[in-house]
Design a protein. Structure first.
Length: 347
């Protein structure tokens, strides 16, 4: 890891919306270790803010109670910020299915507020956190995140003179993040109950919280306006993940109870469409997709057209590297939460 004095974030001010969530709290620890000058946390939950305040005990972290739906509360939190990381969102697929209007208010209109406030207050770079569910979306959560991406890209296209570089990171399942399936598996195993799976053959990408933070930092440092970044990630079936979790924690082969697909779930997820992958730049660990910066004057394309790209395979959780149970166990062993559970079991 880069030393704090070499960090581009040294002595800078960073605002994190949704900063008490899994992504936000991991980003806070990362930035504090890299010598950040100040971190502004914007979130609605006073209790989580108080917990974080006591846990960190660091005067560089300032807390703002507010909601991204309220422009003024966003503006208060971004004044003087060099960087903004927008992680606030409604993320649960079933709840967004039942309350899609609320998903739009937070994920679309709230994101517009963050973008506009960052622009008005001269933020250097804004990274908006998206998800694989925004690609070929079939549920309200994914649809609202897809519109969030379009909102960010439209700003970049329509405001080329802005001092704020707005970019997007798109990720798959983040292991041990709040609301993810691994903590549920752990809870069920510890209580001696069967592991509940919606559909064993369903495939999902896997990445760690630290990898998600690294992806955001890559976007902060390398994005052009409107860029979309995706980290290359392996995948496995949910049955493989369930068996690996049970085995790595010493519970052996688990009893599995199949409960059926929930509202709005897909059998596999996609991180890049065929069209995006065809015009992406391979940056080693990451794919970069530049914004489509064409103007609204479609007349110029009638006579001359736009050079086409060969249609190739999309980048989804069935076409990426598929992990075995043993490989998934090895990945789980890298997680601090799994390491802590194993240490506690040995003590």
């Amino acid at each position: 890891m880069t030393e704090a004095h070499e960090s581009p974030f040294a002595d800078s001010t960073v605002t994190i919306t949704g900063g008490t969530g899994s992504f936000g709290s991991t980003m806070v620890e990362h930035l504090l270790a890299r010598g950040v000058g100040r971190i502004n946390i914007l979130s609605r939950d006073e209790a989580k803010q108080d917990d974080m305040r006591q846990q960190l005990g660091d005067g560089r972290v300032k807390f703002f109670v507010g909601d991204v739906r309220d422009f003024e509360s966003v503006a208060n939190a971004v004044v003087g910020a060099d960087y903004v990381f927008h992680a606030a969102a409604l993320k649960q697929v079933p709840s967004c299915e039942f309350f899609p209007d609320q998903a739009v208010k937070t994920n679309v209109l709230g994101s517009h507020n963050v973008i506009e406030a960052s622009h008005r207050h001269g933020v250097r770079a804004l990274v908006c956190l998206s998800t694989d569910k925004a690609v070929y979306p079939v549920n309200a959560m994914g649809m609202s995140k897809a519109l969030m991406e379009k909102t960010a890209q439209a700003f970049a296209r329509n405001h080329p003179e802005s001092a704020t570089t707005v970019s997007i990171t798109r990720y798959g399942n983040v292991m041990y993040s709040r609301g993810s399936v691994i903590p549920l598996f752990v809870k069920l195993l510890q209580s001696g109950r069967p592991l509940t799976l919606t559909e064993p053959s369903m495939t999902r990408y896997l990445m760690s919280l630290q990898e998600s933070v690294d992806l955001v930092e890559h976007a902060f440092l390398h994005a052009a306006p409107g860029d979309l970044f995706v980290k290359k990630a392996p995948a496995c079936t949910v049955e493989t993940l369930a068996r690996a979790t049970s085995r790595v924690l010493g519970f052996g082969e688990p009893e599995i109870n199949v409960i059926g697909i929930r509202h709005g779930e897909k059998m596999f997820e996609t991180l890049l469409t065929r069209e995006e992958l065809a015009r992406s730049e391979d940056q080693g660990e990451y794919f970069r997709v530049a914004v489509d910066a064409r103007a609204l004057d479609y007349g110029i394309y009638v006579d001359h057209g736009e050079p086409g790209e060969a249609v190739i395979e999309e980048y989804d959780s069935t076409t990426t590297t598929q992990m075995t149970v043993e490989e998934t166990e090895a990945m789980l062993l890298t997680l601090p939460e799994i390491q802590a559970l194993l240490a506690a079991s040995r003590s």
